[in-house]
Design a protein around this ligand. Structure first.
Ligand SMILES: Cc1cc2nc3c(=O)[nH]c(=O)nc-3n(C[C@H](O)[C@H](O)[C@H](O)COP(=O)(O)OP(=O)(O)OC[C@H]3O[C@@H](n4cnc5c(N)ncnc54)[C@H](O)[C@@H]3O)c2cc1C
Length: 471
């Protein structure tokens, strides 16, 4: 019998990781602190408790990135997906589950597995040295004692306790006849070209209207236990900056200096919204300094009033939440191991993915990778063209960190979305030779991305050292 894999945290990621490793024949010990110690959001002692919504979002595997991830997880033998399917509730095109039945079934499966032991205790510091194969899956509400120990290991600035997320826009939806590419004062900076930002210009009248709309828009409030976690001044929500004075934004993230609009030579923009490249592929661009607590519907309305973003498609909307997550692109290798201490692997939301399904997906990969070592195998990561691979690439290096001084804030958690996938040209004609136009073209592109992903996934799963539960 090989040394056990120690998994800290029996949430979405930890439960899936435990199942995968046990299916590969490796013994597992899950350390879950509930009910001995609760988090601020969990209410039960159940493993894989859903802390808020009961939805796994869209189940459409042909035109939706999270639906595609569902299908990939099913093919990979995911416990979370199979139990989700078995506890499904009517929810249109979404996969919604009976939360109690779901968590109870996961708990039963794990506790009944002969290779899995579930211990109910908090891990309060770095795992002892004789735990040689560890997965840390303690989630967005990692207990303070363990978070402090991780922070001491990684460095103070590499573990965040809050995410401050600015909206991210798909490049293809930005109007290039209004915007232009230029860095402030054409500065190239490290690794830049001098044309590294997309700029959206505003006249004085447009700026005044924008500030009025922003101030009047509906915001979400902090939960009591979130409000007591301070957020740094550099990450103030955009609407809080606007409340401090009508000109604050023009002297902050929307300052117009060092930029000249080639579409209107000789006319100085009154304010400028800048977008910065957010992934290596160049398909996603984040709105610089636009972290916000506006309600999601309001964000779409308010930000589409910005010139050039009238038809913006958002890969993710902004937010500010209590969330514990690592600066993973810097700290983790392609197998989710801490570069500085490879016996420690991370999984779930603490790695910087976002959402139940994404956390479970990263748990699945971590469980398979951790099980490969005692089996004497070299684990093969999934291709970047799959939803698994695209998400893994975001966490372990697909994200671009901007200028060095901004590195602290540049990596932010993300749901799976098509902007993370290597691009694919939409087919210009359908099977009958008819030209594909407009919205149909976008759908055709998504269908092609999904088809490519599933074909590549099947090839990956057929290889020997990937995922035992699928075989
Ligand atoms: C308030 C809130 C609401 C959310 N709502 C949604 C939503 O509606 N939809 C969605 O898709 N995502 C949501 N998320 C985001 C996220 O997807 C979920 O939190 C998801 O559960 C993350 O999975 P995980 O396995 O990484 O962490 P978790 O599921 O939180 O699991 C981590 C586990 O680790 C345990 N633990 C923590 N510290 C220790 C320790 N030191 N020792 C032992 N055990 C420990 C915890 O008790 C917990 O069981 C929400 C997050 C929060 C905080």
């Amino acid at each position: 019998m090989s040394q056990p894999i120690h998994i800290i945290g029996g949430g979405l990621a930890g439960s899936e990781a435990a199942w995968q490793a046990a299916c590969a024949g490796v013994p597992v010990i899950v350390h879950e602190m509930r009910p001995v110690r609760m988090t601020e959001a969990h209410k039960t002692a159940g493993l894989a408790e859903l802390v808020c919504s009961n939805s796994f979002r869209s189940d459409d595997a042909h035109t939706n990135a999270v639906g595609l991830l569902h299908e990939e997880m099913r093919r990979a033998g995911s416990l979370i997906l199979s139990v989700g399917d078995a506890n499904k509730l009517p929810a249109g095109g979404a996969l919604a589950v009976d939360r109690d039945g779901f968590s109870a079934t996961i708990t039963r499966h794990l506790e009944a597995h002969p290779l899995i032991t579930v211990l109910r205790a908090e891990v309060t510091g770095l795992p002892p040295l004789d735990w040689t194969n560890v997965i840390v899956a303690t989630g967005p509400l990692t207990s303070p004692a363990l978070a402090t120990a991780i922070q001491q290991l990684t460095g103070e600035t590499e573990l965040a306790f809050f995410d401050a997320i600015a909206p991210i826009v798909h490049l293809h939806s930005i109007d290039q006849t209004v915007t232009w590419r230029q860095s402030r004062y054409d500065k190239a900076g490290p690794g830049g070209t001098g044309a590294d930002y997309i700029n959206c210009p505003m006249t004085r009248a447009q700026y005044e209207t924008f500030v009025d709309t922003l101030l009047a828009a509906e915001k979400t409030s902090f939960k009591d236990w979130e409000a007591s976690t301070p957020y740094f001044d550099g990450c103030l929500p955009i609407e809080v900056m606007a409340q401090r004075g009508r000109e604050t934004l023009r002297y902050g993230p929307m300052k117009p200096v060092g930029l000249s609009n080639p579409h209107r030579p000789g006319e100085r923009p009154y304010a400028v919204v800048q977008l910065r490249q957010d992934n290596i592929l160049g398909t996603l661009w984040n709105m610089v300094g636009f972290q916000t607590k506006l309600k999601h519907g309001e964000q779409t309305r308010v930000f589409r009033a910005i010139p050039g973003l009238e038809r913006a498609e958002f890969a993710r909307l902004g937010g500010l939440h209590r969330n514990t997550f690592l600066n993973s692109p810097k700290l983790l290798d392609a197998q989710l191991r801490l570069r500085a201490e490879p016996r420690l692997r991370f999984a779930g939301q603490i790695t910087g993915c976002e959402g139940y399904v994404e956390s479970a997906a990263i748990g699945l990969l971590a469980g398979c990778a951790a099980a490969a070592r005692p089996r004497g195998e070299q684990w093969l990561p999934p291709p970047p063209t799959t939803a698994f691979g695209a998400l893994l690439a975001h966490i372990t290096g697909g994200h671009i960190s901007a200028a060095a001084e901004e590195a602290r804030h540049s990596f932010q958690p993300m749901n799976v979305n098509f902007g993370l996938f290597p691009p694919l040209e939409a087919p210009s004609h359908d099977a009958s030779g008819r030209r594909v136009k407009g919205k149909e073209r976008g759908l055709a592109r998504k269908r092609a991305l999904c088809a490519r992903a599933l074909a590549d996934l099947d090839r990956w799963l057929a290889a020997p050292a990937t995922c035992a539960a699928a075989q």
